[in-house]
Ligand binder design. Structure first.
Ligand SMILES: Cc1cc2nc3c(=O)[nH]c(=O)nc-3n(C[C@H](O)[C@H](O)[C@H](O)COP(=O)(O)OP(=O)(O)OC[C@H]3O[C@@H](n4cnc5c(N)ncnc54)[C@H](O)[C@@H]3O)c2cc1C
Length: 404
């Protein structure tokens, strides 16, 4: 077969770049197409990233890729009560994603991958009914054909090409959060991420304040998309993320008078991953496959992890010259029995917490301690649930799903 590349990756975000790096390292010829004029721009992200997750990817984050270190977190209940845990050591970073995304792609280029910006993949090329390449429009011009035995969708939320490949890469409104974020200055912070909960503050979601250097912060909100557009949701009639964020800021002594350096809106999946990640000659990775944490909507670390996992299987497929769905399924099985299991538990937690009202939330915050929160985040619910239910037995009906 006379192919242009061994693998074509659609999208140079964390998923595509990570897969490209490992595939190229394994001797495959790789091309990344990204429709953006500049990788990483415009930024549509809270930019928070845990340290543990990054170290697990085998990359060492250079100083210029992040704005500031995160030392811990402060979680605030609807009644204003907060739980804080702070460490002397770095727990994560608030990135500069425009630098970070480009750096990840550069690592792939250093291993031999090629990349082209301002290049939109408009369609798939098929031969005898099988995926055999893509159509690419560069600089908005007429699309042309590029051929590879393996095409990868790392397209993020849009996932248009993944759908053309026959994957159900779509989300219901219920499984999506609509978001709005400002970058603000000045904000005096202690290098902690702050998360504010409550149905009046952010129905089926939360407000975040992520610290940045030079007294800046990303101040954002995510709420259940099914509760927006004038529909009644929680205690909020016609919830709308920007309006709710503005109300939150107006009620915050420090942010009220701060300036806005950037603002944007976006959507992120908080539901289950798509039904199937692979087809003959095709893989879907990262947020395109809805591999996102259902609790907080974070997807950078999962995208990187998945990219690496998928690259290992792609390299195996390449060495055997077998790009069949059966062969590529190895990636899907590994994902579902690894990170997928943890995400399943967290999806359950998200659904359970949706049924909890503000009064119950206040009770939960009054009961649990820092160490309990740590357990909850790791998916060990039994101990914290027992404590909460002891003081409010009626919550057993809702919370028992976490321990059964
Ligand atoms: C408001 C908001 C805040 C968030 N905050 C956080 C956070 O703090 N921490 C966190 O971990 N996650 C956060 N996320 C989620 C995170 O941004 C994504 O999960 C992550 O970027 C997924 O990486 P990816 O590589 O799968 O996709 P993306 O980063 O979305 O990359 C996809 C790439 O594909 C390109 N592309 C798409 N279609 C085509 C096409 N047809 N042809 C060519 N190129 C194409 C795009 O231009 C893009 O560069 C947030 C999301 C939102 C909306």
């Amino acid at each position: 077969m006379d192919y242009d590349y061994d693998i074509i990756i659609i999208g140079g975000g964390p998923a595509g770049a990570s897969m490209a790096r490992i595939a190229a390292q394994n001797g495959m010829s790789v091309m990344i197409y990204d429709k953006r004029k500049e990788l990483g721009e415009p930024v549509r992200c809270g930019e928070g990233l845990g340290q543990r997750e990054v170290l697990a990817q085998g990359v060492d984050l250079p100083r210029w890729c992040f704005s500031t270190e995160i030392l811990g977190a402060k979680v605030i209940a609807p009644n204003g009560k907060s739980i804080t845990w702070k460490s002397k050591d770095t727990k994560g970073w608030v990135l500069e994603r425009k630098m970070f995304d480009k750096w990840l792609v550069e690592l792939a280029v250093e291993k031999g991958a090629k990349v082209r910006t301002y290049s939109r993949v408009t369609d798939l090329v098929k031969k005898d009914g099988k995926i055999d390449g893509v159509m690419v429009s560069q600089w908005g011009k007429e699309p042309f054909e590029v051929r590879a035995p393996l095409v990868v969708s790392a397209e993020g939320m849009e996932a248009i090409v993944a759908r053309k490949a026959g994957l159900k890469a779509m989300s219901t409104l219920y499984d999506v959060d609509t978001c709005y974020q400002y970058e603000m200055k000045p904000y005096n912070h202690e290098n902690l991420i702050e998360l504010y909960f409550g149905n009046r503050i952010a129905p089926r979601g939360y407000v975040w304040i992520f610290p940045k250097d030079a007294k800046k912060a990303n101040v954002g909100i995510g709420i259940g998309a099914h509760l927006t557009n004038g529909k009644k949701g929680g205690n909020v009639d016609g919830a709308e993320p920007k309006r709710l964020l503005d109300e939150f800021i107006a009620g915050n002594k420090e942010l009220r008078d701060a300036s806005v350096l950037q603002d944007f809106g976006g959507v992120i999946s908080v539901g289950a991953p798509i039904d199937s990640f692979v087809k003959d000659g095709f893989m879907c990775i990262g947020t395109a496959a809805r591999q996102v944490d259902p609790i907080h909507g974070g997807g950078i670390a999962l995208a990187m992890e998945t990219g690496i996992m998928a690259a290992g299987v792609a390299a195996k497929a390449h060495s055997r010259k077998d790009y069949s769905e059966r062969m590529l399924k190895e990636y899907e099985n590994a994902w579902r029995s690894g990170p997928g299991k943890k995400m399943g538990k967290r999806l359950l937690l998200r659904k359970v917490m949706e049924e909890v009202n503000d009064d119950d939330l206040n009770h939960i915050f009054n009961t649990i301690k820092d160490a309990d929160l740590q357990k909850v985040m790791e998916g060990n619910f039994a101990g914290p649930v027992a404590k909460v239910v002891a003081g409010r037995p009626q919550l057993l009906r809702i919370l028992k799903a976490l321990i059964s």
